[in-house]
Structures are given as C-alpha cells and as structure tokens.
Design a protein around this ligand. Structure first.
Ligand code: ADP
Ligand code: MG
Length: 725
C-alpha cells in the first residue's frame, strides 16, 4: 500500500525512456497491407478488381480472395507474423480478436503455413458471450465475421508476437449486426447515395462515384503514475476515482493547458506515435489539456470507417504503451471529480471521391448551392434527431461530463459562427446575396505580420459546432468507440439530404437545365427548412444557465442523463429512420437500446460495489485506527492531569463521522442489492438510488480524508496523483 510520503521519492527516481529516432516517413504504414503493397504483390487483374471494391463499393468476387489471402500471408510472415485474426467491434465498445496460427500439419509429420481465401473473407467466432440485446438466444450462438476490405489489414505487435489483423464486420447467423462496424458501413452507403443525388441536381456529379463521410477524432486522456493506479481499487476496477478530496492545487492556475510537455509524458507520446505510424494512423497533434495530467492526441482525418478503426487502435496503443513509462492511461470521461473531464471531439464532413468537401463554404459562400444545401441538411438533421445524437453519446461515464460545468451541455444545438449565421438569416428571408468577409488584425508592431481575422470567434461550449469546413461533435465521450455516433450522424444527414432532394426534384421538375429555375427552387426549399429548424442554432455560451431556460422555450430536448437519453433510442421515429435507410432494423435498434442500458447498469453497479469494498476494507479500518489513537491519547493525557475537553470534542465529532460512514455504506449496499425485472426499470433504479447512495458515501469519505493522518490514509490522494508527471 502506498503511503503519501513516498510520492516525492517516486518522483525523483523516475527514469524516462528515450526512443531511438526513426524517420517517420519510412516507418509510416510499415505494418499495413497498403495499396502500394497490394500493387506490388497482387496480379494486375486481382489488384484492379479489389480496387473497384474499395473505391466504388462493388462486391468482391470470392474467387479473388484466395489470391489476395496468399499474398497477405507471405507479406505477414516475412514480417514475423505467426497468426492471423478477424478483428471486430462487438457492442462492448472494445475490439475483439481470436488468433489462429498460419501453421497447419501437412499430414506427413511436418507442417506448412496456410491462409485461404475463405479464412480471409469469413470467420465463425462463437457469438454467445458477446452482448446482443436479445437478438439471438445462446443456443443459436453462431456468429459470422466478414472481411471489410475498405479498412486496411495490419499487423499487431505485442510482446514480440506478430498477428495479422483483418478488420471485419460481425453479424449473427440470421444476418443481424452484432457490432458497430456493420451499421457504420451501411450508414456511409446511405449518406453517399443521398449526397450523390444532391450533386446530380446541380450536375456536379461528373466523375463522382461515391461521397465519403470523413472523420477526425481528437482524443483526450489522463496519465497517472502506474503505482498510484495499482494502489487504488477504484482505478483498477472503474478507471476513475470514486473518492478523493479536492487538493489545494488543481487547475486553478490554468498553467497546464498547452504548457510544455513533461519529459516522461513526451517519451510516452513519442512511443505511441511511433507505434501508430507503423499502423498507418496519421497522428498529427499532441498537447497538454486543461486539467493537470490531461493530454490530447489528434490524427489527420480519414474516411469514417478507417478513422473509426484507427481510433480503436489509438486507444489500444495508448493503453499498451503507458506501462512502459510506468503510467496508466485513463480514457475514462471523468477520472477525477472537480477538474475537467475528457471528451473525444469527432470532426465530421462529407467529401466526394474526387476530393470535394461538401461542407467547404469557400469564398462566395452565399452562391455555393451545394454547401448551402448540405448545411441546411445538417441543421434539419440535428434539430429533428437531437434525441438520437444525444443517445449516441449516452453512457454511464459520460454522465459525469455532459451537462456538467466544464463540458458541453446535454442540449444538442448547433454553433455556426457569424458568417454562416448571417447567411442563414439571409436564406430565411428568401435568398442569400452576400458573404461576410473577415478583416485583418493589426498587432501594433511592424515586426509581427498582419494576420487575417476570421468572421467569427471559436466557440468551445457548443456540443455541435461548425469549424471552418466540418462539424465538430464535441459531446462524444473519451472512452467511446466513434463508430456509433458517426453512424447516427451519417444516417440523420442522409435522411435530411433525401428530404431536400425530394423537395428540390419536385420543385425543379423537368427544368433541370434552367439555372434560374434551379436557384429559385433551392431558395424556396432552404427558406422553409431554415424557418422550421433554426431553433437548433445557438451561438452563445452553452455553459450559461440561461441557455437551459431558453432551450426549453425553444422546445429543444435536454436529457441530462443516460437512462432518459437511451430510452428514446428505439422510439418509432428512430426505428422508422434507421430502417428507411437500411442502417438498422427495428430489432437491431431495440437490441442496442437494451445492450446500452444493460451496460449502464453493470458499470454503475461495479462502481457501487467497489465503493462499498473500499469503504469497508480500507477507509473504515483507517478511521477506526485514528479513532483509537484519539481515545488512547485522551486517556494518557487525562492521566497526566491535562485538560482534554478539546480532544474529547474532536473525538466525538470524528466518531459521528465514522458512524455516518457505516450508515452510508449500509445504505449503498441496500441500493445495490436490488433486482428489477426489465432493463429500463433496473436502469432507472440504478440512476436514482445507487448513484445517489454513492455520492452520499463519497461525501463522508472525502471529509474523513481531510481529517485522518496522512500516514494512516490507505491510498494515494488527488494531491499526489495529479502532481506527479
Ligand atoms: P481543434 O483542437 O482546434 O478542434 P485539431 O487540430 O485538434 O483542432 O483537430 C481537428 C481535427 O479535425 C483533426 O483531426 C482534423 O484532421 C479534422 N478535420 C479537418 N478537416 C476535416 C474534414 N473535412 N472532415 C473531418 N475531419 C476533419
Ligand atoms: Mg482540439
């Protein structure tokens, strides 16, 4: 058990690892079966067929699979691989893998290596132990994994073992999606189809076969010393502190954000980047975040599916590298109370396969019809389906963050900034005629350059902000798989694009070549959409209390916590939407609501039980020791004939606190030990009773921490954990 006085020694003995420098261009994607490798290793016709699948979304001819598999195997074995695995994303929110060796007995006492096309294309893991939300009973345990050739195959290196990883979708034997990837891919098809339809209306579809959803995910995380991590049962079981009094110094000096990166952290970051470069993850940005010991990593954006797979690799790599630097990497949304939590900003846009970003406003924004239509579609989508967006980021740990002080509120609104707000206002009154231009900033000295001033300031408080040429969905939690919120985003925008196209096609009729008619139709349709949905636009301070009242007046939903948010998931409106765009059937959607609520219960109950265990086996014993010390002190002091009235008072008040501790643990035990039929009821109980009892217990424990002697306190404190870097 760590004693607080050891912390300084520990800080002094830290020994940061140094990395040998390897130029990143050479390293980049070294462990990826890239296009370049395929071109070198595959027969021309096979390569071309595979490319058609990749770029045009055509189905892959199964006969080619054997050839591709053989080339992959040779490439992997040359790099030390011994095993392969289908790598998939079940609804646990983690990745899953089951390794098979390439080696197979040859029937003559020896062995050969083998990897067939069918082993590449399809796998059959037992699905019975993955969450399915009742999609199939355990006796129908069969599940299939299917190769997603739009996300590159890569090598995973762990403890000297190299495994060929094949990104796959995971479905039940009846074809229902049991994972996050399948609906993501379906939603990308949906948004592509509708966006191409929009381009057609403006005759801008030449050479475009697909419109891709693009994603760039900024990952916030905490690093704490690993010894501290192991000294706290709550960290081990829940990845967050369930107790902890506020330290004298936390983030009030605002000296950590963008500060110089501590040496040991730098070594960690460099190693994470090196490993991610190998995997072809284009990591770009690194910096200190707001809270002490909080940091951020962001890659360059990619197509949504690849970005989502890469995001899983980012989280896994960070977790794996941290111990090498004696850190634990915490991806939890709120590891420490009272300081900032961690989010994952998902930057999202749609772009043609010829490279045109439909959300790029360009210079004369007011006349950029495709941009204006796409923007209007997003505005309508967020307004109509705010409940879905909210539900897509709802889980137990994000509840500590969303709606709390330093995080975006749970009300889904859109920040547009001055320039776009001006244009939207013009659209509302019947057509946009001008684009606000930025000015330049005079810095008051000739040695500094004049810099252009943007037409709007940045807004950090909006859950969904337009940031130049993309939307930034900021409510996503740091521990989340981004596939699900991205699926929702793609689907709701596909729906609005489809609505817009219906309206435009009707208004334009046969006048497709007549530019004036087309523009008139756009004006009419956009005016209607803006009028109807502009209530979702909010450029002010989302942290301000008055916004909550204002949002209520506007009729915007505000689900402050996950159970309410998740319970809207399979509403008829949402089930209809997902089935209309063939992203999720009603059953698949309902199963998700079930799985997420069940996970909520489990997560909070694990926390509840951990809190009880710590209170009974760590905190209460420490408190009793101190109580005894105080009592003994009083009796010896009295024997020496010295007045003990103050000591008695102190002991009495301390003993009252110890009694409160006992009561609070008992109350929590009662709340945890409750069984409700039905996941909705159980989740509501967990929210209303267990969470409340946990915070009552925390209040008592944190008071005790401030009174029990440091040498008796049985675990590392916030002061230590947040200071040592
Ligand atoms: P900030 O912290 O100011 O929001 P960052 O540079 O940390 O900005 O992150 C911005 C993210 O947005 C990066 O991952 C970047 O690649 C991504 N991004 C930029 N353009 C697009 C786009 N068109 N589609 C999706 N993501 C994008
Ligand atoms: Mg950022």
């Amino acid at each position: 058990m760590s004693i607080s006085s050891s912390s300084d020694t520990r800080a002094r003995t830290m020994n940061p690892t140094t990395l040998s420098y390897i130029p990143s261009e050479e390293l980049f994607a070294e462990d990826v079966f890239t296009d370049r490798v395929m071109r070198q290793r595959l027969p021309k016709d096979v390569f071309k067929a595979l490319q058609r699948t990749l770029t045009k979304g055509e189905r892959l001819n199964p006969q080619l699979a054997d050839v591709v598999a053989a080339a992959m195997k040779d490439w992997a074995i040359e790099r030390g691989a011994t095993h392969y695995t289908h790598w998939f994303q079940p609804l646990t929110g983690q990745t899953a893998e089951k390794h098979d060796a390439f080696i197979t007995p040859d029937g003559h006492g020896g062995a050969l290596t083998e990897f067939t096309g069918s082993a590449l294309v399809q796998g059959e893991p037992d699905a019975s132990s993955f969450p399915s939300g009742g999609i199939r009973a355990t006796f129908e345990a069969r599940g299939y994994t299917a190769w997603d050739c739009t996300s590159p195959v890569f090598l995973s290196r762990n403890a000297g073992s190299v495994t060929l990883c094949i990104p796959t979708a995971f479905v039940s034997w009846t074809g229902e999606a049991l994972d996050h990837k399948t609906p993501l891919l379906r939603s990308m098809d949906a948004v592509s189809e509708q966006a191409v339809r929009l381009l057609k209306i403006f005759s801008a579809d030449q050479g475009v076969s697909r419109v891709m959803a693009t994603c760039g995910c900024e990952q916030e995380y905490f690093l704490v010393d690993r010894d501290y991590f192991y000294d706290r049962p709550d960290m081990i079981a829940c990845e967050r502190t369930l107790f902890g009094a506020r330290p004298p110094k936390h983030q009030q000096l605002e000296d950590h954000y963008f500060g110089s990166i501590p040496t040991r952290v730098m070594a960690f970051m460099a190693e994470v980047e090196r490993d991610l470069y190998r995997l072809g993850v284009p990591v770009k940005t690194r910096h200190n975040e707001v809270a002490p010991c909080q940091f951020e990593l962001a890659p360059t954006f990619e197509t949504a599916n690849v970005a989502s797979d890469h995001q899983m690799l980012v989280m896994e790599t960070m977790r794996r590298v941290a111990p090498r630097h004696n850190f634990a990497c915490l991806l939890h949304e709120k590891p420490f109370a009272g300081i900032n939590g961690s989010g994952k900003h998902v930057n999202w846009s749609i772009a043609t396969d010829t490279g045109i970003n439909l959300l790029d406003p360009r210079d004369d924004t007011h006349s950029n019809m495709i941009f204006l239509c796409t923007l209007a579609a997003v505005i309508r989508a967020v307004d109509l389906h705010a409940d879905l967006l909210r539900a897509s980021v709802a889980h137990a740990s994000n509840d500590h963050r969303l709606g709390a002080n330093e995080a975006p509120p749970a009300i889904m609104s859109i920040f547009l900034g001055d320039m776009l707000t001006d244009i939207v206002n013009q659209l509302e009154s019947g057509g946009a005629k001008r684009t606000m231009k930025g000015t330049s900033l005079e810095l008051g000295t000739t040695t500094l350059p004049q810099i252009p001033r943007h037409t709007g300031d940045r807004n950090r408080t909006s859950p969904f902000a337009f940031t130049g040429n993309k939307f930034e969905f900021r409510a996503v939690g740091s521990s989340q798989a981004v596939a699900w919120p991205t699926t929702v985003l793609n689907t709701i925008v596909a729906d609005s694009l489809s609505f817009l196209c219906d309206q435009l096609e009707k208004a334009i009729g046969k006048n497709t070549g007549d530019e004036a008619k087309v523009q008139g139709a756009v004006r009419g349709v956009l005016q209607k959409i803006i009028k109807q949905h502009k209530r979702v636009i909010f450029n002010g301070d989302g942290y301000d209390k008055s916004w909550h009242d204002e949002a209520k007046k506007r009729g915007l939903p505000n689900h402050r916590e996950s159970v309410a948010a998740l319970s809207t998931l399979s509403d008829k409106k949402n089930a209809d939407l997902f089935s209309a765009f063939k992203v999720l059937s009603k059953v698949e959607l309902e199963s998700r609501e079930h799985v997420f609520l069940e996970k909520y219960c489990k997560q909070v109950l694990i926390e509840g039980e951990t809190a009880m265990l710590m209170a009974r086996t760590l905190i209460l014993p420490a408190a009793i020791r101190f109580q005894t010390e105080q009592a003994e002190n009083i009796s010896v002091t009295e024997a020496a004939d010295v007045d003990t009235s103050k000591s008695r008072e102190a002991l009495e008040s301390f003993s009252a606190l110890v009694d409160s501790l006992r009561d609070a643990v008992d109350a929590l035990e009662k709340a945890v030990d409750h069984h409700d039929a039905g996941v909705h009821k159980h989740a509501a109980h967990v929210r209303d009773k267990v969470r409340g009892a946990m915070s009552d217990l925390r209040e008592v424990v944190d008071q005790l921490e401030e009174r029990i002697p440091a040498d008796l306190w049985p675990m590392p404190t916030y002061r230590e954990m947040l200071t040592i870097k």
